[in-house]
Ligand binder design. Sequence first.
Ligand code: GUN
Ligand code: ZN
Length: 444
Amino acid sequence: MISRAVSKSPLLIRGRLLSFLSEPESTDDEASYRYETDGGILVRDGVIEAVGDFAEIGAGVGKGVEVADHRPHLIMPGFIDAHAHMPQMQVIASYGAELLDWLNNYTFPAETKFADASHARRIAGHFLDMLIRHGTTTVAAYCSVHRASAEALFEAALLRDMRIIAGKVMMDRNAPDGLRDTPQSGYDDSKALIGRWHGKGRLSYAITPRFAITSTAEQMEMAGALAAEHPELHIQTHLSENHAEIALAEELFPDRTDYTDIYDHYGLTGPKTLFGHCIHLSEREADVLADSESVAVFCPTSNLFLGSGLFDYQRYRKRGKTLRVAAATDVGGGTNYSMLRTMDEGYKVIALQGEKLNPLAAFWQVTLGNAQALSLDERVGALEPGREADFVVLDASATPAMQVRAETIETLAEELFLLQTMGDDRAIVETYVAGKPMKSGLEG
Ligand code: GUN
Ligand code: ZN
């Protein structure tokens, strides 16, 4: 079994610190965050031991403690990506199709290759390194239908001591040979993976019926049974992404009221269920998600790339029954690993609907907001003693174009909006995973 030694010696990280306490209501909402202009984070055994003013934190530790000085850069909790597909690294930039053709022509053939465990291991390592390079320290990830693909991703995450949620997709119809399981094998493989990986290190298993179109009623029932046996587990799937998809799902389950009712009927809604996309929900469907405390996952780069539609973020946040919302890349329908690029596109999607997303709220969303949506906020998403030591160090002057623009920046909100609008992996100075600098990879 692969394992990675956790460093026992403490580390003191210095820089400007930003951590959210609640969802910011405006750019003036100073009560929603904590900001230290010269802050220190004391890390021991992968966990935050103390955080605050550098001089105060520094005074409490012995002289021998190693200091990582990131001044003048901005340190935040590591970004969280609430929905991405590990086996789709080589699907990004596939031309000219909407969802169902894109799945059939590009995605399913690429995922078929994950029957090969060595291919799965190679891509799983690249996938996590790519996320880390872009400042992301936690992901809720889909693997392929093959059990080996999930084994590969969990192994790679354990090696990097990363907190991830992942599962093998269950899919027993409307997919090519080599890419289908059966209701029984999907259940058995998921059960074996849960037993082997869930709760090991920082790993969590997610029951992952791909979507209603690729699962028979029997498989949906088995997924529901598994969820009932394991109420502690996340569930992740896709919902209401594209009009042709919605029509086909409703045709395949004619007894159900609508697409959302398919999942609800099989016991797959709830506070740990992450529904990717949720673009075209009726009010009834939005009520079902709200009442069950399910999470709607906003995937702006994917929704734009596949021409799926505009997620109405502010409608969901402000309606009578508010929806829990997360944000995600959805690589490889999504076109970038960066949560900065994701929220840049997210801002534009929201703007197209006559609304705004203030930059404090955008950074809340990709840190504490996503941690709450993933029920992980007691572990990650904030710079607080006892939380796991996952951080991103950001430079708003990382490129020549950013540098010129940064000359006129006066406020924290302006700095964040510049990072979001112009930033990518070049703006990530470092990414700490469980207290270790990891941007350069495992050996870095
Ligand atoms: N719906 C079912 N599978 C997928 C997938 O892999 N990507 C996206 N964007 N939508 C899906
Ligand atoms: Zn997806």
